[in-house]
Design a protein around this ligand. Sequence first.
Ligand SMILES: [Zn+2]
Length: 252
Amino acid sequence: MDLSELKKRLAGRRIFHAYIVTGGGAASRLETGRLIAAAAVCSGTGQAPCGVCRDCVKARKGVHPDIQTVEKTGREHTVDTMRDVRSRAVIVPNEAARSVFILADADDMNPQAQNAMLKVFEEPPPHAVFVLLAANPMRLLETVRSRCETATLPPETAAGTLSAPAEELLRALISGDRIGLVRAVGAVDKLGRNELPGFLDEVRLGALRDAGRLPGERLEKLLQALDQADKMAAVNVSAVHIATMLLAETAQ
Ligand SMILES: [Zn+2]
């Protein structure tokens, strides 16, 4: 499935027990993994992730106790790491209804490690969700792949560059420059309705790319406002209204 189909399923709270996230770049795969995790732990109502419940807020800050990211310790994920994940996965979550394990570089699991995970994919604990981030999913065993839903992200634009309107809007939002924003909104307004979700994804990626230049609180506000913008775009709110909301929400 593509990113918009994934978001639609998550929004409808159709959460699967195992995902492979591929395509895009490392940053967009991680961001998508975190989106799945937030939707899985969200305790709010309506579309998931709601963005405002206690679980969504903790997920966004990267401090949710039921979302664990598993990084490889050496060149590959070993069977010991995966056995450890397996035993943690059977433990009942602390706060949320689900516990989520994001496996970074999942395609660097060696075959024994994958076989260790296979057992848990075959009979997953009812509350556990696994998200495998994989640049090259063909390195995963067919038996692993067949038990996961695969989300394929659009290819990353060259060297992290954004389209001109996305770059312009991001600059205006970061600086709070109203004149720049008016100009950016004019460009955004020319986009077709079906281009808007992809455009917002681009701005989100840009915000993460520039995360180091933004205080954490402002980045958080911007990402929350972009989530809100996604929801508005889904119900056909005009680009002008969305951009105005973005400015209001991110104003310093
Ligand atoms: Zn929520």
